[in-house]
Structures are given as C-alpha cells and as structure tokens.
Design a protein around this ligand. Structure first.
Ligand code: PLP
Length: 361
C-alpha cells in the first residue's frame, strides 16, 4: 500500500487512524452482527452512534444548549436554498457578504427566494481581501447576514467574527469548521458539508439557534424544514448513516488530539510553514491574498513561470504529493491542508517546493 499526501480540496484527506478503525469495524460494528451500513437508522445501535456523534460535536465546538445540531443531506449547496427558505420569515431582503466563489454561489441560489442585498464585497480587490466590518452596509430590514468565513477556492479566510447585533449571522463553514475554536453563540446558523473537515461526503452539519426555528416557508418541502428536522432528530427519512458514523470517528479523533485549540495550533503551524516557503522564494512562488486574510486551510499560490505548472504537478505527484492543481477558475496551485493533513505532509511539500525552485529558478 502506498498512501500519498493528498492535498485535495474536497472530498479531502481523512485521518488514517479513522480509516483504519472504520476498516476494522466494517464487517461488524460492535456486537451488531452487521456493518454499520446495514443496520436500521432507527436501531438502538445506530441511535447510540448518532447521539454520541452529536454530543462529541457539541463538546468540540462548545455548542450552547439553545442550538440544535442537524445532520442533513444535500451538501452545503442545498443550504444555499434552505437558509432563505427557513430564515426569511416574511422579510423581503437578505444580506450577503461577497468574498468570492462560494459567496457568489450562495447569493445566486438565494436570489430564487428573496432580494439579495450585497452588504459588502471584495470584488474590487479580486477577492484577495475580506471587507472590514466598518465597510459593511447592511439593509435596514435584512432577515439575516450570510458570509463565507473561508473561501475554499480563493484561499481567503476571515480571521474575525462579524458582529451583526440582533440580525442573525449565517456562516458557510464548509472548509473551516473544526479548524479552530469558535464562539457559536455569535451565530444564528452555521452549516458545513462534511467532506472537508468533518468526514466523508454525504452528510451536512447544520447548527441553528432555536429561536430561529418555526419561520419556514409553508411551501418548503418538509425535509428542508429545520424545525421538522430538529423535532425528528434529523431522521425524517433514512439518514446518511455511514457518513454520520464516520464523522463520529473524526470527532473522537479530534477529542483525543486535545480538541480545537490544539488543532488550531497545529493548523497555524502548518499554514505558516507553507506561506513562509512561498514568501521566501524571491517571487518564484506567489500568494495573491492579503497576508491578514490568508486561509489556514487552502493555501493558493502561482508559479511566476506558469509554463512550469505542469512539470511542478508531475514531479509533486512522483514525490507522493497529489491534488495540488488550483481550481480551474483561478489556476495555479492550491494545497488544501485540512485538519487531517499530517504536519509531515506539509513538511514534505515545503521540501519539495524548495528543491523544485532550486532546480528550475
Ligand atoms: C465545498 C464547498 C461548498 C460546496 O459543498 P457541497 O457539499 O459540495 O455542496 C460550499 N461552500 C464552501 C465554502 C465549500 O468549501
């Protein structure tokens, strides 16, 4: 077996110990006599897994009592629609902060349900900055404010939590959730597709403040109703049991590691090493993002000599460093260094980048 260092943006790397445990438990979970994939989502065994998984996530993130935690399907993309369906409550406008690709996707979907008001945008800087809160101009009758704390494609991260007062703050945390401690009480809704920092694709975590429930548009399908999902323990229909179980193993792994403050230190160290390599390359590699807004999860960079892109990727692959190609919309390279990317993988990438530069500069 030769597992590579996988810098994929999503689905991304999973902790090897988690995969090994899932393998060991694959044919028979505990004493169930069957795989976790083969048992009823309503069985005592699976309900135990589901409850433990939710509890561990609550502990890791410090989710207050008055928030519901949902395990849904449809990815973050379905939340682009479910957020307005559930939160508008008769209001006619919602604010969106535009920091790049995923913000724009969220806005485009919300347009189907409401008037999107752009509270702030960093389009002028080609999405290399996060608009400071002092520049935000929210609509006076906005239902909520939506933002994307980590733009996975651009490699742009908001390192502070906006304060929107009484207006619910909604965050698409798909590519940053669990990378560092957050204060959940500052948010109305947090959502994240699992396949970056939580587990395998197929489950979506939604954390919603209870007082925001019950405003769902009457026409919304019942599966898309946060309140109904909350009342039914996210099991109105067959739950994505295997992805849910795998997420639980990832949460256990994070708890054993020491929780999110330990994870944050490791993530900071990993990202700093990569940015230091880029900044120290005398322009051979370049990161376009404002240094105060650089992502700790998705490190984007270009090669000054873009004709070297293909050979960079080829040599990296030969060195066991894969999926470094940047998103087609931005080009260049992107190293996604999610929680499960071992620090060793980042060290190997830095060594590779230094020697690649020595050979080609
Ligand atoms: C990956 C990603 C999405 C899309 O997630 P799906 O689960 O594929 O719908 C949305 N937002 C952000 C920030 C992402 O990184």
């Amino acid at each position: 077996m030769s597992r590579v260092y996988n810098f994929s943006a999503g689905p991304g790397v999973l902790p090897e110990t988690v995969l090994a445990r899932a393998r060991d438990e694959l044919l028979e979970w505990d004493d169930a006599g069957a795989s976790v994939m083969e048992i009823s989502h309503r069985s005592k065994d699976f309900l135990g897994i589901a409850e433990q998984t939710e509890n561990d996530l609550r502990v890791l993130l410090g989710v207050p009592e008055h928030y519901k935690v949902l395990f849904l399907q449809g990815g973050a993309t379905l939340q682009f629609a479910m957020v307005p369906m559930n939160l508008l409550g008769g209001k006619k406008v919602a604010d969106y902060i535009n920091t790049g690709h995923w913000s724009r996707k969220a806005m485009a979907e919300a347009e189907r349900f409401t008037n999107v008001h752009i509270g702030a945008t960093s389009e002028d800087s080609k999405f290399t900055t996060v608009p400071p809160q002092s520049s935000w101009q929210l609509h006076p009758d906005t239902a909520y404010v939506h933002f994307t704390p980590n733009e996975t494609i651009g490699g742009l991260e908001c390192h502070w939590t906006p304060d929107t007062g009484d207006v619910p703050l909604v965050a698409d945390m798909s590519s940053t959730i669990l990378s560092r401690p957050i204060d959940v009480s500052k948010f109305g809704v947090i959502y994240a597709g699992a396949q970056k920092n939580i587990g395998p694709a197929g489950v979506t975590v939604v954390i919603v403040r209870e007082d925001l429930l019950g405003k769902t548009a009457a026409s919304a399908p019942s599966l898309f109703d946060y309140q109904k999902q909350a009342e039914n323990g996210s099991m109105m229909n067959t739950a994505p049991t295997f992805a849910w179980y795998m997420s639980g193993l990832v949460f256990e792994w994070l708890k054993e590691l020491g929780g999110l403050s330990v994870m944050a230190e490791i993530n900071e160290r990993k990202a700093s090493k990569l940015y230091a390599c880029i900044d120290g390359s005398a322009g051979f590699y370049k990161n376009q993002i404002d240094p105060t807004c650089r992502s700790r999860m998705n490190v984007t960079f270009t090669l000054a000599q873009s004709q070297l892109d293909a050979v960079f990727l080829k040599r990296a692959q030969e060195a066991g460093l894969v999926a470094l190609k940047g998103h087609r919309s931005v080009g260049g390279m992107r190293a996604s260094i999610y929680n499960a990317m071992p620090e060793k993988g980042v060290d190997m990438l830095v060594d590779f980048m230094v020697s690649f530069q020595q050979r080609h500069a």
